[in-house]
Design a protein around this ligand. Sequence first.
Ligand code: NDP
Length: 492
Amino acid sequence: MVDNNNTLTNASGIPIANNEVSKSAGKYGPLLLEDYDLLEKMAHFNRERIPERVVHALGAGAYGTFTVTDDITHLTKAKLFSEVGKETEVFARFSTVAKSKGGSDIYRDLRGFSLKHYTEDGNWDMVGNGTPIFFVRDPMKFMDFIRSQKEHPEQHWRQDEMWWDFWSQVPESLHQVMWLMGDRGAPMGWRHMNGYGSHTFSLINEQNERIWVKFHYLSDQGIKNFTEEQWMHMQGIEPRWATKDLFNAIDEGNFPAWTMYIQTMTDEQAQTFQWNPFDLTKVWPHGDFPLQRVGKLTLNRNPENYFAEVEQAAFSPGNVVPGISWSPDRMLQARIMSYADTHRYRLGVNYESIPVNSPHATQANSPYRDGFMRVDGNYGSRQNYHPTRYEYPKADQRAATPPYEVSGMADRIELDEADYSDQAKMFYQMLDNGEKDRLVHNIGGSLGKCPNDIKERQLALFREVDENFAHRVSTAMSEVKPPQPDPKPAAV
Ligand code: NDP
């Protein structure tokens, strides 16, 4: 092959004679249809944008390593945890949730915290958030929740009224709303926040025994947050504050790290747990289910190309490896399908053969063939059906999961409607006085913009948390004036 790295070519490798001047009929004449280089350049540009993610559109990513520090082989047979000291390559993507790709990455919102572990058993995607809980616990409500966070259908800007309208009518959101409106709802970049798997998952050991598990990644940098006024100010000065903060830290060799912990719960404990252990609006209290240290995640390499490696990164909770599995959490069950589905729409059916998404420590030997943008060898001459008399990869029982019992009538059954405020109370009681003040202040500035019926509904929910808290919010709604743009132009 010739080394033509210094020659500008088109996508077919044909040299381009001039990349600056189009071909015209004389100096003042029209352009010629035969200017293939111009036509190709325009046509490709016209197709540069792909659909953005419907949630978590705005994010940044980096490569790194997960290192096991503590033995959990009695709990899981997953190869990435097989021995202390074992290192696994990781790609991490952090994101905001509601804003579109062009928005600012520092504002009050949840944050995405996703890790792709390139293990010898294939890729394990830990597709989590910077919060251990969520607003809803039934996927039927998810799409409506997200729309309440996005632009108004007519006016096309985000409106406090929309989210409080939704939250005040969905009481199970209360715990997450209190968390979001508190200090941790506006993290100072992605390095200074924790990550959580949020859902309950399961670990399966060599004896094929299952234990329920929650994943926690606590920031070694410590938690740091913006105040309401700080992020509002900063997003005008540097709307990509978090993206820059992550990139520059890694570029300077100041590698961010998180310590990974798990909480575990046996089936017997699950039977008697005070709450539904698969309810995404609840935590497992640390006092009852202590954190057990597992390893260290360190990010040490920036991607070379944002589009190729970050925009095209595709994580799915469906990607669990032998030794890790799901739980009956309703939101998780829906995400197993939904994430891969959105990637098929966004990137095409062969999205997992894009280098950042493909396995790095093993190879894919899937039964899938053909489809748009099949740019690898498509398994060459290997037989494309099974069973067959020809050579074909074998199924592996290591990936089989132990059965678990289910019972009951098939119906649309609500999770317990009455248990939405007890953990919100726990959350409120944990806050110190300064945190309580800022929570009241943040809610006051936002809920204060809403019509009275929304305010009253939400205050009734806050009263269930704490009478005094609701009273303080009610006062703050009339006192806190959100910053207004200066109506005077700079020059007249
Ligand atoms: P604990 O006192 O045992 O644990 C509280 C945990 O809450 C801390 O370890 C810390 O988690 C986190 N936390 C501390 N300050 C804040 C804050 N200002 N905003 C958000 N989270 C904070 O109590 P419980 O385990 O009984 O939980 C009490 C409440 O804490 C829950 O209702 C939940 O809202 C919140 N919480 C609980 C977590 C859990 O897994 N049990 C995790 C995160 C929050 P971390 O070390 O992960 O930062």
